[in-house]
Design a protein around this ligand. Structure first.
Ligand SMILES: Cc1cc2nc3c(=O)[nH]c(=O)nc-3n(C[C@H](O)[C@H](O)[C@H](O)COP(=O)(O)OP(=O)(O)OC[C@H]3O[C@@H](n4cnc5c(N)ncnc54)[C@H](O)[C@@H]3O)c2cc1C
Ligand SMILES: NC(=O)c1ccc[n+]([C@@H]2O[C@H](COP(=O)([O-])OP(=O)(O)OC[C@H]3O[C@@H](n4cnc5c(N)ncnc54)[C@H](O)[C@@H]3O)[C@@H](O)[C@H]2O)c1
Length: 471
């Protein structure tokens, strides 16, 4: 056993662990980073990167089918699935050096490729290494939650961990779960030529504003994705190569099955009891400074149970990048963290939903809606499906949802507003380039101020006075 003493020991080299390791070592701390699997974690290897690369290929295929409204004769694309997957793995390979062991060792991080487990509140073991540290940080992420559906274990099902290893396009992909993973992959596989059925126990996109989610679901259905809602899966079976999913209101048969029913935090095998770290099924219990019940140990990213996004993992790493090297009491807030689902149209949100905002602010809440049809750029590009919806309380946006082309990019402006407590006025004072979709955000500010300006008797009186009496 090799004994190692370090300043910071990070478990997990995913989005959270890598960001903190790079920051802490470059600020002068001694850092040990332990990774049991692939460097880069879920986002790089089996999450964001491959899924967005697949979505990009699918979008290209779809563009060939739908050029007619722009005057380009539509054609049915020839999809070479093996080449699509080559693009997907090429994207991972292109980004991998940035997350690699070589790069981190070059920065001065001691990288250990083993599985780590605490053996005491101030010590852990990883293979032949026994590590003591001033601070430990758990960044072990999450893995697919596989529900205990009768028959499922006897059927060859896919999760995001195996989906991108497919070598042939499924003839008919059944997807259990209509959340972000299920819907993004449903549209991508449909556009690449597969039949797709999404089987959702509750409402598809159920965590999103129903008004905005409906616009996404309508488009997916129009493209031929079958979405069955309120369908509780009772049994899964396989006969003669065909997979059947029985639900309370019908049976669906297909060639492949993807389970996309949420995630569980990776807390097992970590020795959390030995470490005296409290946890539950949502993840490791942390306070607003990401401290666990053991003051030597922090948790961040997916395993901290605050949300499952790469940008949240990066934000957590930034907070601990102030706390651990400098001893500053930095806090992680949650209300300004945006999210985006990369279906077409995209759906993005930051802050309160309309329902939450109404509960908090009652009649003082104003809801502004700007349809994409009000954007000259959206019209020029034939991308008029969509809506910007802003919940405003006393001049400040408290929540924003956007569905439409580039919604994930447009929400960035509102994330800035919520993170910095800006008022709508900041946007009406800003000049944006014409013609861009970002003007839709500015139009929301215009829609907020217009009634105050144009339907205000005092404004009319002042203008009347100036016109009559000022030379
Ligand atoms: C299909 C899919 C698409 C997604 N798309 C997006 C997206 O578009 N945008 C977005 O923001 N988010 C997306 N996400 C979510 C995103 O991938 C995660 O939020 C992010 O990867 C979490 O980072 P993390 O560092 O917390 O954990 P991870 O990236 O999971 O890293 C944890 C690491 O810890 C290691 N580990 C675990 N236990 C141990 C142990 N005991 N010892 C040593 N190492 C250990 C694991 O091997 C892993 O490498 C997507 C997820 C999926 C599944
Ligand atoms: N664009 C992005 O940022 C992005 C993309 C993909 C994933 N992610 C992250 O990964 C997380 C996990 O995504 P997800 O889609 O797996 O999970 P999810 O929890 O968001 O959605 C899972 C869906 O499956 C349904 N479900 C659960 N059990 C079921 C059953 N037995 N039968 C039928 N339906 C069932 C749920 O009702 C829910 O609608 C997301 O919450 C998100 O944080 C982010």
């Amino acid at each position: 056993m090799e004994d190692i003493q370090t300043d910071v020991c990070i478990i997990g080299a995913g989005s959270a662990g890598l960001s903190l390791a790079a920051g802490a070592v470059q600020m002068g701390a001694k850092v040990v980073l332990i990774e049991a699997g692939e460097m880069g974690g879920e986002c790089l290897n089996v999450g964001c990167v491959p899924s967005k690369a697949l979505i990009a290929a699918a979008k290209q295929a779809q563009a060939l089918r739908y050029g007619a409204s722009l005057g380009i004769a539509p054609i049915e694309p020839e999809v070479d699935f093996a080449a699509v997957m080559k693009h997907v793995h090429g994207a991972i390979a292109a980004i991998a050096p940035h997350d690699s062991q070589d790069r981190f060792e070059g920065l001065g991080v001691r990288v250990i490729r083993e599985r780590a487990a605490f053996t005491a509140p101030d010590r852990l073991e990883a293979g032949p290494h026994r590590i003591s540290a001033r601070r430990f940080v758990i960044a072990t992420g999450s893995r697919p939650a596989v529900p205990p559906i009768p028959g499922l274990e006897e059927v060859p099902f896919l999760t995001n961990e195996s989906l991108f290893d497919l070598t042939e396009l499924p003839e008919h992909l059944l997807i259990i779960g209509g959340g972000p993973i299920g819907l993004e992959m449903a549209q991508a596989f449909r556009r690449l030529g597969a039949r797709v059925t999404v089987i959702e126990a509750d409402a598809a996109h159920g965590r999103e504003d129903p008004e905005l989610a409906a616009i996404v679901l309508k488009r997916l259905r129009k493209e031929g994705v079958e979405i069955v809602e309120g369908a509780v899966v009772e049994r899964v079976s396989q006969q003669d190569g065909a997979i059947s999913v029985e639900t309370g209101n019908g049976t669906h048969a297909g060639s492949h099955l993807l389970v996309a029913t949420g995630r569980v935090p990776t807390t097992d095998g970590l020795g959390l009891d030995a470490a005296e770290v409290e946890h539950d099924k949502k993840g490791i219990t942390v306070d607003d400074r990401l401290r666990t019940s053991n003051r030597k140990i922090y948790a961040m990213g997916d395993v901290a149970g605050q949300g499952q996004f790469t940008h949240l993992a990066g934000y957590h790493a930034g907070v601990l990048g102030r706390t651990i090297p400098f001893g500053l009491p930095a806090k992680a807030k949650n209300g300004h963290i945006p999210r985006a689902t990369y279906t077409d149209p995209e759906l993005a949100h930051v802050g309160l939903s309309e329902a939450e905002a109404r509960k908090q602010h009652g009649d003082a809440l104003e809801v502004i809606r700007v349809p994409y049809t009000q954007s000259d750029r959206a019209i020029a590009e034939g991308q008029t499906t969509g809506l910007v919806k802003v919940m405003v309380h006393r001049g400040r946006p408290v929540g924003v949802g956007i569905v439409g082309h580039q919604a994930g990019d447009l929400i960035g402006t509102w994330a800035l507003f919520l993170a910095n407590g800006l008022k709508m006025k900041a946007l009406s004072d800003t000049v944006l380039p014409y013609p861009t979709l970002s003007e839709l955000n500015k139009r929301a500010a215009g829609a907020y101020f217009s009634p105050r300006l144009f339907e205000n008797i005092w404004v009319k009186r002042v203008v009347g006075f100036v016109q009559r009496h000022v030379p």
